[in-house]
Each structure stands twice: as structure tokens, then as C-alpha cells.
Design a binder for this molecule. Structure first.
Ligand code: DAT
Ligand code: MG
Length: 140
């Protein structure tokens, strides 16, 4: 396994419920290291650009509205096999299908308000990190 970096968003539904610490703890306990972290209010343009891959899907409008409803926490996580590890800690997109102990099983409200985003592959991880962070913000 290689040392990887991946991108994570703690979504508005979780930030609003003061779950930042509990979610970061899940990542850290899985062996992921936080090498960048910031809280922002995402703009509509940022959210539409970030989710451009989903723009033809029926839930695109709702997805953008949920992402800009209130602040989010952005992170870059580093570790061995970090991309897959992050996805495992997150759990399935639909919380109804998420395994016990995962973030989405414990905290997600619905398939849309599912508490976290995580990159799904090395290419998207690199793109998503660059979309929100400059190189000098990554402190490995
Ligand atoms: P993931 O966030 O697990 O990578 P995805 O990339 O397929 O899932 O979709 C991005 C987000 O879009 C997902 O976190 C929640 C929303 N979404 C996906 N499928 C949906 C659906 N059928 N109805 C409503 N929202 C959906
Ligand atoms: Mg995805």
C-alpha cells in the first residue's frame, strides 16, 4: 500500500450538529492524519463546480443547496491507502446501507444529508485537494 492523500468534507448537516470532533476522531482512529483543515462557507459557484460530475443527476440542485446551507469543514487526510480507508470509515452513500461503526451509519440523516464527502479515486483526490487547498496549506 502507498502513502496517499485524500480529500474530505464534513458536510453542513454534521457541522450544524457539532459533530466535527467526533468525525475527525473516526479518521484519526483509523490511522489517517489531518494534514490540512479549514472551515468555510462554500459559495454556490464552488459547490456547483465541485459537484459538476453530478450535474445531470436529478438530485443535483438539492445537493448544491445542502452543501451551501451552512459552513463545512474541509480536510486533507494522509495515510497508507488513505483513499479507500476514508471511504471505509465514511460508510455507504445511503446510511440505510452503511455498516455499523461508520460515520454515515452513526450520524447521517438521509442519503443527501449524509454528513461527509470523500474522494473516490487517486485522480479525484488530487483534483479535489487542489480545488480547495494551495500547496502551502498542506502540512504533512
Ligand atoms: P458519495 O458521496 O458516497 O461518493 P456519490 O458520489 O454517488 O456518493 O453522490 C454524491 C452525493 O450525492 C451523495 O453523497 C449524496 C447525493 N446523492 C447520491 N445519490 C443520491 C440519491 N439517489 N438521492 C439523493 N441524493 C443522492
Ligand atoms: Mg462521490
Amino acid at each position: 500500500m502507498a502513502l496517499e492523500r485524500t480529500f474530505s468534507i464534513i458536510k453542513p448537516d454534521a457541522v450544524r450538529r457539532n459533530l466535527i470532533g467526533k468525525i475527525v476522531t473516526k479518521f484519526e482512529e483509523a490511522g489517517l492524519t489531518v494534514i490540512a483543515l479549514k472551515k468555510i462557507q462554500m459559495t454556490r459557484a464552488q459547490a456547483e463546480g465541485f459537484y459538476a460530475v453530478h450535474k445531470e443527476r436529478p438530485f443535483f440542485g438539492e445537493l448544491v443547496e445542502q452543501m451551501i446551507a451552512s459552513p463545512v469543514v474541509l480536510q486533507v487526510l494522509e495515510g497508507e491507502g488513505a483513499i479507500l480507508k476514508n471511504r471505509e470509515v465514511m460508510g455507504a452513500t445511503n446510511p440505510a446501507n452503511a455498516v455499523e461503526g461508520t460515520i454515515r451509519k452513526e450520524f447521517a440523516l438521509s442519503i443527501g444529508e449524509n454528513s461527509v464527502h470523500g474522494s473516490d479515486a487517486p485522480e479525484t483526490a488530487a483534483e479535489e485537494i487542489k480545488y480547495f487547498f494551495s500547496d502551502d496549506e498542506l502540512v504533512g
